[in-house]
Write a protein that binds this ligand. Structure first.
Ligand code: GCU
Length: 619
């Protein structure tokens, strides 16, 4: 019986690689691309007149939008022509980088700014596939190349890319991006955050050329039970992806394995090796791996380690570990703007290392890839999170989809990073059935994408009703996570520091506990007695009293005090102490350490040496 036409058509489309499989484009970081970083022209468009016509219809939804549409980059055809914008005559701004810290007039700006960059493509080859990749744009990006819309992305802290094969040419290309960082109740994060809403193309922009069939995605990790077993899978994308030979190599382990993809361009594998050196915070061993097909090759640096919990303990490679952490916002405090570069990462993780940390909580959103890859190299364990923060619209399905998209983009980017051990779903979210449903869906998505890492969320604690000096963590979401984490600010938001020695936490849960935040504000250089708020002595006193109190928690497996460095926040206006800065940093925005820095540093030093002694005793 002949098959109906549409079945045959689908079969042709599917096998010809035109199927709608989304391109993942994993690990662009290690591919050689053509950078579009540098000066871009920009136009501030407060009334969005470059995006909507005067009837408020988006130009990119109109058949012939005319010269008012910024994305067309129209030029006057004659001296009488009317075109009311000109990118090439407009000022410039640096990409990557937020706009707030680059131009005084944009410091508080929340709205739309248009970016434009002209570019030629060196070694252009019409037989290749071309992609444009953005490390992140905060918050919404509408991307156009040569007057064609490639797509729209929402989410200010995760990477995205678009294929532009057949749209770009060797010369005279132009990319135009409409960036809108306005906050909104139904977005993720929502309207209210305690950090600066830095807008712009805040991370790298790169053009990549790849062969028609290329290595699109892969997972390579150590088996969770067998330290000598490497498990992986590889996916090709393109019309010739089926039955392709892929060579997986780790030269240092004398591994060279020939693999063949199935009809979907996919292959799973596992390889035994007795010589694998495990990655850990004390020995961050990374292996150079390579994947090669007939037409593509990609390299990566992978650490092999196991992370799990047993009862109240966190085990790294089967050994109990304590997470000596610190929270970090993605901000270079000295520059006073979004961090994005490897140099920024070296400053921030260098400070964390100096503090004696083996763990960082990258708050409250996915940071740039540089800091995660540097954590791999340095042996710094990482907690990553999406900005599901405070009062998210739990009952709004579109809001959930936005949160899930950012979660997937975060996991998709960093799933091969040994340093990342915790995916966190949320921060200080109010308990409700809708919130639990929302977060449980995120947990299920996380476990399906990556069953190898631990899941947590920064929850809240509160005083036990009618009982003095007892705090409790009663959050039903605790059942869904591997690690129970909570923020506690006793002695800053309520409570007397002097009473901390009497405070106890009642946590009736047989899981590891991380104190994901505690801290106090201090203006660096302001000195007074230890009861004078905003003085360095007050912050120091709070640390001195909090650290021993936390150690009374039997399941305590880590702490990440709030926060490494002062950071900008529109919610912190108190003169002369705050003036737009949250002052809970242990380091000021001029890079000066406050007295509490040394309290935590000493505590971690003693903790680390105690752990070494215990390890020796247990051998
Ligand atoms: C909260 C929140 C942080 C905030 C901090 C503070 O716990 O998680 O984002 O900056 O407290 O009040 O300083």
């Amino acid at each position: 019986m002949t098959k109906p036409f549409y079945v045959i058509l689908f079969a042709i489309l599917f096998t010809s690689g035109l199927e709608s499989q989304a391109v993942v484009f994993h690990n662009n970081y290690m591919r050689n691309g053509f950078s579009l970083n540098g000066q871009w022209n920009y136009i501030v468009d407060v009334y969005e007149s470059g995006f909507y016509n005067y009837r408020w219809i988006p130009y990119d939804e109109i058949e012939n939008p005319g010269a008012g549409a910024f994305f067309l980059n129209s030029k006057p055809k004659s001296k009488s022509d009317l075109v009311e914008f000109n990118f090439d005559m407009s000022p410039t701004i640096y990409v990557p980088g937020d706009w707030n810290s680059q131009h005084e007039k944009l410091f508080y700006y929340e709205g739309t700014i248009w970016y434009k960059k002209s570019f030629n493509i060196p070694d252009f080859n019409p037989g290749k596939r071309y992609f444009i990749h953005f490390g992140a744009v905060n918050y919404r990006a509408d991307v156009y190349v040569n007057g064609q819309k490639l797509g729209m992305h929402k989410g200010g802290f995760t990477p995205f890319h678009y294929e532009m094969t057949g749209i770009v040419r060797e010369k005279d290309n132009f990319v135009i991006v409409r960036v809108d960082n306005k906050r909104a109740a139904d977005e993720v994060p929502t309207l209210n955050t305690d950090w600066w809403n830095y807008g712009g193309i805040t991370r790298d922009v790169t053009v990549y050329a790849v062969e028609p069939t290329f290595i699109d995605d892969y997972n390579i990790q150590l088996d969770e039970e067998n330290k000598q077993l490497i498990r992986g899978n590889i996916r090709l994308n393109g019309k010739d992806k089926a039955g392709q030979k892929v060579i997986f190599s780790i030269a240092e382990l004398n591994i060279q394995k020939e693999l063949f993809t199935n009809d979907d361009g996919y292959v799973q594998f596992e390889i035994l090796s007795k010589k694998i050196g495990l990655w850990s915070d004390t020995h961050p061993k990374l292996y150079d791996i390579s994947l090669e097909t007939e037409t593509d090759a990609i390299k990566d640096r992978i650490g092999f380690r196991q992370i799990k919990t047993i009862g109240p303990e966190i085990l790294l490679n089967g050994e109990k570990i304590f997470l000596r952490g610190i929270c970090i916002h993605e901000e270079n405090p000295v520059r006073g703007g979004r961090a994005y570069s490897m140099d920024d990462a070296r400053i921030l993780l260098g400070w964390a290392k100096e503090l004696g940390c083996n763990f960082v909580r990258l708050a409250h959103y996915p940071h740039n890839e540089n800091i995660v890859r540097l954590a791999d190299e340095m042996g710094m364990l990482v907690w990553e999170e999406i900005p599901v923060y405070w009062t998210i619209q739990w009952g709004n399905e579109e809001t959930y989809q936005k949160a899930e998209q950012q979660l997937k983009e975060m996991i998709q980017r960093d799933k091969n990073r040994a340093s990342v051990i915790i995916w966190s779903m949320a921060n200080e979210t109010p308990q409700s059935p809708e919130r639990n449903t929302f977060l449980t869906r995120l947990v299920n998505t996380t476990r399906s994408m990556d069953p190898t890492r631990l899941i947590s969320a920064a929850m809240e604690n509160h005083g036990k009703k009618g009982v003095k000096n007892i705090a409790v963590v009663e959050d039903s979401f605790s059942d869904m996570v591997d690690i129970v984490s909570f923020n506690q600010y006793y002695g800053w938001y309520g409570g007397d520091i002097a009473n901390l020695k009497n405070l106890r936490w009642e946590i009736d849960i047989n899981k590891p506990v991380i104190i994901s935040e505690f801290g106090a504000g201090a203006l660096q250089g302001y000195h007074a007695d230890s009861l004078t708020r905003w003085s360095e002595e007050y912050q120091e006193y709070l640390y001195r009293e909090t650290l021993p109190a936390l150690r009374t928690i039997p399941q305590l497996s880590g702490i990440s005090p709030w926060i490494l460095a002062d950071f900008r926040s529109p919610r912190r206006m108190l003169s002369p102490y705050q003036e737009g800065w949250n002052r809970k940093g242990l380091i000021s925005q001029t890079g000066n350490r406050k007295k509490a820095f040394y309290v935590l540093q000493k505590f971690y030093e003693e903790l680390a040496s105690q752990f070494v002694k215990e390890k020796k005793k247990s051998r």
